[in-house]
Write a protein that binds this ligand. Structure first.
Ligand SMILES: NC(=O)c1ccc[n+]([C@@H]2O[C@H](COP(=O)([O-])OP(=O)(O)OC[C@H]3O[C@@H](n4cnc5c(N)ncnc54)[C@H](OP(=O)(O)O)[C@@H]3O)[C@@H](O)[C@H]2O)c1
Length: 172
């Protein structure tokens, strides 16, 4: 396992580990969207990189993609050309592309396939834990070596209760 990269990841999940339904987020939480934006946009001169799978990219409304003020890397096995996005066909190609860029931080932003591909390189998960259950068809159960180090007060929007958590990788 390499420790060269200290990627961060950001995800919202229910207590049953649900993260998506019909290629969309099952909930609408404006404060969580705001948190996602504030967390993933760099506060320095150097931009952050966001890495996502093609399905997650397609799930973002057209007017909001690529995600503004961030370098967008999208994993796909298709051969797509688009100047505004860096398309990569493999994890190795992602690392090759990162060598060419001057960036601050790298955020893995999903979906399930892409979080799982990058576990070895992620040291921090920003997890919005949603306590209200929603119908989901995509689930992500984080490995136990990601341990809770911080959590916010309970948040509430309408009927939905959630909290912002920070998990750090603890390997023996
Ligand atoms: N709750 C959250 O925070 C959150 C965050 C993100 C996404 N989501 C949800 O998660 C769901 C999508 O997750 P998902 O796991 O189905 O899809 P995904 O991870 O977003 O994308 C999967 C796609 O990535 C590409 N891919 C996967 N492995 C690859 C590899 N090794 N090399 C090259 N390309 C690769 C393939 O694209 P091609 O088919 O084009 O080859 C594959 O179909 C949606 O419901 C979305 O709303 C939730």
């Amino acid at each position: 396992m390499t420790r060269k990269y200290n990627f961060k990841a950001i995800v919202a999940a229910t207590t049953n580990h649900g993260i998506g339904n019909k290629n969309a987020l099952p909930w609408r939480l404006s404060k969580d969207m705001e948190f996602f934006k504030n967390t993933t946009i760099s506060k320095t001169q150097k931009p952050n990189v966001v890495i996502m799978g093609k399905k997650t990219f397609d799930s973002i409304p057209k007017k909001f993609r690529p995600l503004a003020d961030r370098i967008n890397i999208v994993l796909t096995r298709q051969n797509i050309k688009d100047e505004s996005v860096i398309y990569c066909n493999s994890v190795n190609q992602v690392f090759q592309e990162l060598e060419k860029i001057d960036y601050q931080d790298v955020f893995v932003i999903g979906g399930k396939m892409i979080y799982e591909l990058f576990y070895d390189y992620i040291d921090t998960f920003y997890l919005t834990r949603i306590f209200t259950e929603f119908e989901c068809d995509t689930f992500l159960e984080l490995p136990e070596y990601f341990k809770l180090v911080e959590k916010s007060e309970l948040q509430k929007q309408g009927q939905v209760e959630y909290e912002f958590q920070v998990l750090k990788k603890h390997l023996l």
